[in-house]
Design a binder for this molecule. Structure first.
Ligand code: G3P
Length: 213
């Protein structure tokens, strides 16, 4: 499972990127707005740092406008992936962009059927929102498992991005299920790195060493 970071904050991306395991970045309008900077500049900065897929979402809700926005965003960098919300106009947009060889990430996916339609419309990636499903009392991981099963069973080329990750167990279970990618917030990546026994072990090794040398 490849690791993406779910943020538009360049400092967070720089820090995580320096550790060598980062394969891509996902943003959304909320995350980009949080940066309070000209969004295309932020996207350009991210693309110059991370040489992997960088998802940026369209804001229009109607096919022609979504396509125009997608084309404009795709011109920023060859690694740009256009995030398109799963709705009727979104599916049409995914097909049009796929026919233009522009990569797409079908976002706001909450069911396996939505993922299947997006995959058949030509989506490069589908992003089930695990945490938001948990929030309303459904099992996000169950929906993720269904999506992975369907994609594998039917030999679809679409890759699954486990999104809306809220804690390290979401990451662990996504990896065990065979999700292609998980896009993870900065704070959860940090949680994944640290373990109290590692910290205690490092401290003890140093103490023991210093007692003798
Ligand atoms: O990648 C999806 C993510 O940005 C949404 O996460 O925590 O707002 O549900 P969240």
């Amino acid at each position: 499972m490849r690791i993406f970071i779910d943020t538009a904050n360049i400092e967070e991306i720089e820090e995580i990127h320096s550790m060598g395991f980062l394969s891509g970045v996902t943003t959304n309008p909320t995350l980009l707005a949080r940066e309070k900077k000209e969004y295309k500049t932020v996207v350009r900065d991210i693309c110059s740092l991370v040489k992997g897929p960088v998802s940026v979402e369209v804001l229009s809700l109607e096919h022609d406008h979504m396509v125009a926005e997608g084309k404009e965003l795709a011109r920023i960098d060859p690694n740009i992936v256009i995030k398109v919300p799963l709705m009727e106009e979104g599916l049409k947009t995914i097909r049009t962009l796929a026919d233009l060889n522009i990569k797409t990430n079908a976002t706001l996916i909450f069911s396996a059927n939505q993922a299947l339609l997006a995959a058949r419309a030509g989506a490069t990636y589908v992003s089930p929102f695990i945490g938001r499903l948990d929030d309303i009392g459904n099992s996000g991981l169950t929906v993720l498992a269904e999506i992975i099963e369907i994609i594998d069973l039917h030999g679809l080329e679409t890759e699954v991005i486990a999104a809306s990750i809220r804690h390290p167990i979401h990451v662990l279970e996504s990896a065990r299920m065979g999700s292609h990618i998980a896009t993870i917030p900065y704070s959860i990546i940090k949680q994944m790195i640290r373990h109290p026994l590692t910290d205690a072990g490092v401290e003890k090794f140093l103490q023991d060493w210093k007692q003798v040398f």
